[in-house]
Structure formats: C-alpha cells, structure tokens
Design a protein around this ligand. Structure first.
Ligand code: HEC
Ligand code: HEC
Ligand code: HEC
Ligand code: HEC
Ligand code: HEC
Length: 189
C-alpha cells in the first residue's frame, strides 16, 4: 500500500467508520428504548383527550375517572358515559366531541391504547399503593401537565424493588411509610 493511501485510511476512513458505528449504536439505543423499557412511550389516542386540560386546568380529580385506584388492582379507564356527563352539553359541536358522541350513541367502547403495563406473571395492585398515600406522581409523573400520556418511569422488577427497598427515603414525605415487600411471592403469585 502506498504511504499516502495508508495515511488516508488511518486518519480519515477509520475515524469515519468508528464514528458512524458509534452514532448508529447510540441512535438505535435511544430509538429502541421506548420498546425495551416503556419509558417515553406515548401512543396517539383515538380521541385527542388531554389530561393537561381536564386534570390540570379544570382540576377534575383523577379518581373521578380512574375510580378503581382505591378499591382494586386496576385503576380503570372511564366509560364514554363518564365523558358524556359533561360532553352531552360541553363543546358539542367540536369535531373530537362529535366523534366521541358517535362512540357513545353506537355503544362502542373507545379503543384507547394502553400505555403502562407489567407482564401478566407479575402482580401489581393500585389500591395497595394508593391507600398508603403513595400519589400517582411517584409512578406516572405529572400526568396533569400532559396533553398525551407518556410513560416516564420504568416498571421493571428492579424499578419496583428499588422503591420497595428505599421507600422510607424515596417517599420521605409520607408519614409512617413502610418498605415494600421483596419476597418473590408478593409479586409472583
Ligand atoms: C376526565 C377523565 C380523566 C381524568 C380526570 C383523569 N384521567 Fe387519566 N385517563 C383518562 C382516559 C380517557 C385515559 C385513556 C386515554 C389516554 O391515555 O389519554 C386515561 C389514561 C391515563 C393513564 C394511562 C393509562 C394507561 O394506558 O397506561 C394514566 C397513568 C392516567 N390516566 C393517570 C391520571 C392521573 C394521575 C390523573 C389525575 C392527575 C388522571 N389520569 C385524570 C381519563 C381521565
Ligand atoms: C367535568 C366535565 C368534563 C368531563 C367529565 C370530561 N370533559 Fe372533556 N372537556 C370539558 C370542558 C368544559 C371542555 C372545554 C374546555 C376548554 O376548551 O377550555 C372539554 C374539552 C374536551 C376536548 C377538546 C374539545 C375541543 O375543544 O376540541 C376533548 C377532546 C374532550 N374534552 C374529551 C373528553 C373525553 C374523552 C372525556 C372522557 C374521558 C371527557 N372529555 C370528560 C369537560 C369535561
Ligand atoms: C406504585 C406505582 C403506581 C402508583 C402510585 C400509581 N400507579 Fe397507575 N400504574 C402503575 C403500574 C405498574 C401500571 C401497569 C399495571 C399493569 O399492567 O397491571 C399502572 C397502570 C395504570 C393505568 C392503566 C391500567 C389500569 O390499571 O387501569 C391507569 C389508568 C393508572 N395506572 C392510573 C393511576 C392513577 C390515577 C394513580 C393515582 C391515583 C396511579 N395510577 C398510581 C403504577 C402505579
Ligand atoms: C414509589 C414506590 C413504589 C413503587 C415504584 C412500587 N411500589 Fe410496591 N409498594 C411500595 C410500598 C411503600 C409498599 C408497602 C406499603 C405498605 O404496606 O405500607 C408497596 C407494596 C407492594 C405490594 C404489597 C401489596 C399488599 O397487598 O400488601 C406489592 C405486591 C407491590 N408493592 C408490588 C409492586 C410492583 C409489582 C411494582 C412495580 C411494577 C411496585 N410495587 C412498585 C412502594 C412502591
Ligand atoms: C416488587 C415486586 C417483585 C418482587 C418482590 C419480585 N419480582 Fe420478579 N418481576 C417483577 C416484575 C414487575 C417483573 C416484570 C418486569 C421485568 O421483566 O423486569 C418481574 C420479572 C421477573 C422474571 C422474568 C425476568 C425476565 O427477564 O423475563 C423473573 C425470572 C423473576 N421476576 C423472578 C423473581 C424472583 C426469583 C424473585 C424473588 C427473589 C422476584 N422475582 C421478586 C416484580 C417483582
């Protein structure tokens, strides 16, 4: 190989190849992160429902719509009839509300896309946490500022255990907070 060609290879091609490899690794890492950990997942929903507007600006209580949080494992997504308590009159002529009313009149459940999920073989219970005064914000972030709900924290086993072990410091503002369970059978029943 001629010296100038070798120089060119070492000084230009090798760094360029390394740079491209590194850049594509980083890009793949971040782009696939949503699927790997769920963090950042924010699917577009069939109706442009905004938590910022309803739970933020209008201050509707989370429990008005997610009535399961204190009584069951599931928080629950409200039926269209709950929306119609207001939207039978409020903003009736807006395109999104016309769509909403159609679902209601045809008796079709809204196909909301699920954002957060732990696998079936792991047991999670909202009421066990919420009734101990652990607020939604500790696990879901500031939903009342989101136009589109986005997953902001991981729900991996490590993430659950990390809070369980460190609850007294992580949840220091909550009086008499105990550690959560670490034995396998609590979450794998
Ligand atoms: C007026 C009704 C209403 C109120 C009030 C409301 N939500 Fe929701 N929430 C919904 C609906 C409808 C969905 C499903 C569509 C979506 O994801 O935006 C939802 C979805 C969610 C999800 C994602 C569920 C999933 O699929 O994983 C979370 C988390 C959530 N809400 C938390 C909250 C919190 C926290 C509050 C209070 C600060 C709140 N919501 C107030 C109606 C409501
Ligand atoms: C307590 C009353 C109330 C409930 C319950 C409620 N909304 Fe609303 N919603 C309103 C009001 C009032 C507005 C208009 C707010 C504004 O524009 O300042 C609104 C605005 C909206 C808009 C925006 C409409 C536009 O201007 O384009 C959508 C979409 C919407 N709501 C969907 C829903 C859905 C879906 C549900 C049920 C999960 C729901 N709302 C439950 C009161 C309510
Ligand atoms: C200790 C963490 C934690 C707290 C606190 C918490 N959530 Fe959740 N939430 C989760 C996890 C984990 C999932 C996924 C559960 C599953 O797949 O079974 C979830 C799922 C949801 C869902 C969709 C599935 C369902 O259960 O209906 C909604 C809606 C929701 N949360 C709303 C809320 C609201 C509202 C609050 C506060 C009143 C709240 N969450 C408090 C961890 C939490
Ligand atoms: C923000 C902190 C936090 C996170 C995140 C969290 N937990 Fe907990 N969890 C607690 C605390 C604190 C307790 C103990 C409450 C008590 O008994 O005082 C608890 C209790 C429990 C219990 C016992 C419930 C019962 O019936 O007594 C189970 C099961 C559980 N958590 C599962 C999970 C799973 C699964 C996840 C992850 C998807 C999770 N937790 C995430 C704080 C958390
Ligand atoms: C606080 C709740 C909690 C406790 C305690 C817990 N797990 Fe898990 N575990 C989970 C959750 C949530 C998942 C699913 C999310 C994930 O894959 O990280 C999981 C996933 C797993 C998986 C599947 C991992 C994979 O990559 O597919 C195994 C195996 C497992 N746990 C074993 C155990 C064993 C053994 C113990 C006791 C030493 C234990 N777990 C204690 C919550 C818990």
């Amino acid at each position: 190989m001629k010296k100038s060609l070798l120089d060119y290879t070492l000084k230009v091609r090798v760094p360029v190849i390394l740079f491209v490899a590194l850049a594509s690794f980083i890009a793949t890492y971040y782009l696939s992160r949503a699927e790997r950990e769920g963090v950042g997942y924010a699917p577009e929903q069939p109706i442009a429902f905004s938590h910022r507007l309803h739970a933020g600006t209008m201050r509707i209580d989370c429990k008005y719509c997610h009535a399961g949080v204190t009584v069951s494992p599931q928080a629950g997504i409200p039926a269209v009839s709950v929306c119609m308590n207001c939207h039978a009159v409020a903003r009736k002529n807006r395109p999104e509300i016309i769509k909403l009313t159609k679902y209601f009149e045809e008796g079709i459940a809204l196909p909301w896309k699920r954002v957060h999920r732990v696998p079936d073989y792991a047991y999670f219970n909202h009421s066990a946490h919420v009734n101990r005064n652990i607020d939604c914000v500790h696990c879901h972030g500031k939903v009342e500022t989101m136009d589109v709900v986005e997953q902001v924290s991981q729900f991996t086993m490590n993430a659950c255990l990390d809070c369980h072990r460190n609850a007294p410091t992580r949840l220091a503002g909550i009086p008499n907070i105990k550690r959560g369970p670490e034995n396998c059978g609590s979450c794998h029943r």
